[in-house]
Design a protein around this ligand. Structure first.
Ligand SMILES: *[C@@H]1O[C@H](CO)[C@@H](O)[C@H](O)[C@H]1NC(C)=O
Length: 226
């Protein structure tokens, strides 16, 4: 995996989710005596970043009170953080204002196709990486500097948008364009639902609220970067 400190900021949800990752544990090779201090410094710098607005604090939502005005009628943005198995994806949706606002709009229906955390973490390349960027800008520079940052963010936004269907209910066989512009349908085989193309298995429909549904996918939607 190729990471630089700036990219790390956008990728925080991934890194956080894979806390066993050696990348995020620079202290692991040091004598254990030094670890508490390092841990503290790590935490300190993370807090600085959160406070300076670079990173949103992790929202641990399950039993948190939702907005009292909407508590009798929750919407997608209220329920998305509730399913732990998809919390990497849920956090990504909050990193882009356009997406967060769409999910927050109770007057617009949406079907969220949320890949399981493991599906995102096991991708052969990370969702912010585009092979074309590496070809064009080189392995080292693809996501360096502010241009590189912007590229990584755009790629990541597109990844999220490829998993958002701007209708609900989404009927079997109905072809709909995702917010990223790819046409998808879904089919059934016995009791199992599959997203097409790609035959991506829907593990479950985790939530149904008045403006939409959250589906948990066992894999990611095959998305094109450009
Ligand atoms: C939005 O979803 C609700 C609940 O499923 C449904 O009753 C309503 O018809 C949907 N609205 C549109 C415009 O699809």
């Amino acid at each position: 995996m190729r990471l630089n400190p700036l990219t790390t900021l956008i990728l925080y949800p991934f890194i956080f989710a894979s806390s066993t990752s050696a990348i995020w544990d620079p202290s692991s090779s040091l004598p254990s005596r030094q670890q508490p201090l390092l841990k503290h410094l790590e935490h300190q710098s993370m807090m600085d970043k959160i406070l300076s607005g670079l990173i949103r604090p992790q929202q641990t939502a399950p039993n948190e009170d939702v907005n009292p005005e909407s508590s009798d009628s929750p919407i997608i943005s209220d329920v998305l953080p509730k399913t732990k198995a998809i919390n990497v994806f849920a956090r990504l949706t909050r990193d882009f204002d356009a997406i967060a606002n769409r999910l927050n709009d109770g007057s617009k229906n949406i079907t969220v196709l949320a890949p399981r955390n493991s599906a995102i973490q096991n991708l052969p390349r990370k969702p912010w990486e585009n092979p074309a960027d590496y070809e064009k800008f080189g392995e080292v520079n693809a996501y360096e500097g502010s241009d590189g940052q912007d590229r990584a963010k755009r790629n990541l936004q597109r990844f999220v948008e490829a998993h958002l269907i701007p209708v609900s209910p989404w009927r079997i066989g109905e072809e709909v364009e995702t917010l990223a512009g790819e046409k998808l349908t879904w089919t059934k085989d016995g009791d199992k639902m599959f997203i097409q193309p790609g035959n991506i298995e829907v593990d479950s429909v985790a939530e149904k609220v008045h403006n939409g549904e959250v589906w948990v996918l066992n894999n990611v939607i095959n998305y094109r970067q450009e």
